[in-house]
Design a protein around this ligand. Structure first.
Ligand code: SF4
Length: 365
């Protein structure tokens, strides 16, 4: 399979779909049976795949079946959930514990891993060791919306391969630049995009949209450009795509891509729109270097207020993010970083119920 190829298969049985695709592209020709093969799904939160945030275990099952049936025995699954959640809980809730037991494949929580420093351009990136030690990394992201970067897919999924402290630092660096650089530090052999039912409102799940497809390729820049086009975005809209391309990670030239589609009769739609709901909810939010889990809790709390038509009653600015540390501000602060605001919610990250309580106490009625 060449780097300019994108293969898309449509359907509903994702275990069977991926197995057939891997046979079709003859992945085994890129491997030898002694290789250590790492599988990196997206288990950002402990929620089952049907909610639209995490990689379907059925896709990973199809990949493991293919590899084992072709003699590959040294396979492992690795992930580090976001700062606000436990990877071990995600392994259990998302069905990966059962999968690991069934196929005798170890699970590695990258939050427990040691890290090494990789110099990429002008940035020193701290990267978990395990994804760098495998011979062939298979990156299996979910195609979905993201409240800060608009979309998350192949490039951004690698954020699960850095320590929690580095995840926080990525936000202080503006998120897009370090994400664009990260694929330079973590080589991957294959990308399998779970485009079955991603959440097109918010990366944390709850609003899945049936898309019924799996997308395969080797170039994360090309795949993300293609995925962005499915959601109605250009590569300019998703800033880290151009940054990764500038670092030599891959090409965004879709005109030169060789796109092959399978089972097209099962294709329901060709373009999907992300929802503006998060933008609507966060109109009064001033965010600077906010961690995803913190922002996620705030969005949930704001959604609860919107559900009872009280969003418009928020009368003070809401501050969130690491850049507000130590600043005395008139308004509501979300999380430890904003504890000098006139009112603030404790926690790092705070939970949605605590945020809701403080917001409720500050509504104009
Ligand atoms: S309070 Fe929020 S923004 Fe600050 S470090 Fe904690 S999770 Fe990140």
């Amino acid at each position: 399979m060449k780097r300019n190829e994108i293969h898309v298969i449509y359907g509903s049985d994702c275990r069977k779909m991926i197995y057939e695709m891997l046979e079709s592209i003859q992945l085994i020709k890129d491997l030898n049976v002694d290789m250590h093969i790492g599988i990196k799904p997206n288990l950002v939160v402990a929620k089952p795949a049907k909610e639209g945030a995490t990689t379907s275990p059925s896709i990973v099952e199809g990949v493991i079946q293919y590899l084992q049936n072709h003699g590959c025995k040294n396979i492992s699954i690795m992930e580090g959930s976001w700062v606000g959640d436990s990877t071990k809980r995600a392994f259990k809730v998302c069905g990966y514990e059962d999968l690991a037991q069934k196929y005798n494949v170890p699970l590695y929580d990258l939050k427990d891993d040691s890290s090494v420093v990789r110099q990429v351009g002008d940035l020193e990136l701290h990267v978990c060791q395990r994804p760098l030690q495998v011979d062939f990394l298979i990156n299996i992201p979910v195609l979905k919306a993201h409240c800060q970067t608009l979309m998350t897919c192949a490039l951004k999924n690698l954020k699960g391969c850095i320590p929690d402290k580095e995840k926080r630092r990525f936000h202080t660096l503006g998120l897009t630049k370090p994400i664009g650089y990260l694929a330079k530090a973590i080589p991957m052999g294959l990308i399998i995009v779970d485009g079955m039912a991603g959440d097109l409102t918010f990366e944390e799940g709850g609003n899945p949209v049936q898309m019924d497809r799996i997308i395969i390729g080797k170039d994360p820049v090309l795949l993300d450009t293609y995925a962005a086009s499915l959601l109605g975005y250009t590569k300019e809209d998703i800033e880290y795509i151009g940054i990764a391309e500038g670092m030599g990670v891959g090409s965004s030239n879709l005109a030169m891509a060789n796109i092959q589609e399978y089972d097209v009769g099962l294709k329901r739609n060709s373009e999907f729109k992300t929802s503006n709901q998060v933008r609507h909810l966060t109109k009064k939010v001033i965010a600077k270097s906010a961690c995803s889990a913190c922002y996620g809790s705030l969005v949930h709390a704001l959604q609860r207020l919107d559900d009872i038509d009280m969003l418009k009653s928020i009368c003070k600015p809401i501050y969130i993010g690491q850049d507000f540390q130590g600043q005395e501000l008139e308004g509501i602060g979300i999380g430890r970083c904003t504890n000098k605001c006139t009112q603030s919610v404790v926690g790092c990250p705070p939970n949605a119920m605590d945020i809701l309580e403080v917001l409720n106490n500050n509504l104009s009625r």
